[in-house]
Design a protein around this ligand. Sequence first.
Ligand code: SF4
Length: 246
Amino acid sequence: MDVDNSLQQEIRSHLARLRWYLTGLYRGGMEHWPARTEAADARRQARDDSPQPALPENPPQNPAAILSDIQQELGDCKRCRLHATRSRIVFGEGSPAARVVFVGEGPGYEEDQQGLPFVGRAGKLLDKMLRALGETRQDVYICNVVKCRPPNNRTPNNDEVEVCMPFLIRQIETIRPRVICALGACAAHNLLGVSKPVSQLRGKIHYWRGIPLVPTFHPAYLLRNPSQKSAAWQDLLEIQRLARSG
Ligand code: SF4
């Protein structure tokens, strides 16, 4: 009987996730950056107004074990064509209790070789930015929209994102950070369901299922456009503020 109940529960939860994913309800509300004193009110308001289903009231008891289960379920994934050209799956790295989750587009060459996210030149820049905030990659969680490297680092196709993204969603649901940072257009567009350029999305707090989401430039873009580093730094300071504001 217990086994039946737990199976039913699991099926119900899978169906709820699937329904939510298929109806594209991960689109976020959007607000201009509120002043410090207004941040909590703005978050509460956005949560109330959000068309997205709320996260379950109680956070998961053992996020590390759940992340490990998700990784096991992903297994030697061949759900999309990207499996054919990858060397390693890049699941994600960092603290299961992270206050900040960084989401990038997909693994590049170095990431594909090492099986770790953001370890190439762009990753070194991200590390530097984290250090400047007094954080390390062990304090945060870093992952991508797709977990296998697209050939020649092309942007992932919609069908590839569609099959891979439910795993990312479950990672974020499990970690339940105080703030999500979308690094670049691919992460921002797919988490928010919008298509504006990052330059128009950044500078505002968006919401993913009630969690503040701050879009900023991808570190690879910053390497090519160093003049945008100061804007990205402002975004990181905002992320730091949100992460500390409980
Ligand atoms: S990108 Fe995602 S869905 Fe596609 S093969 Fe890799 S892990 Fe599986």
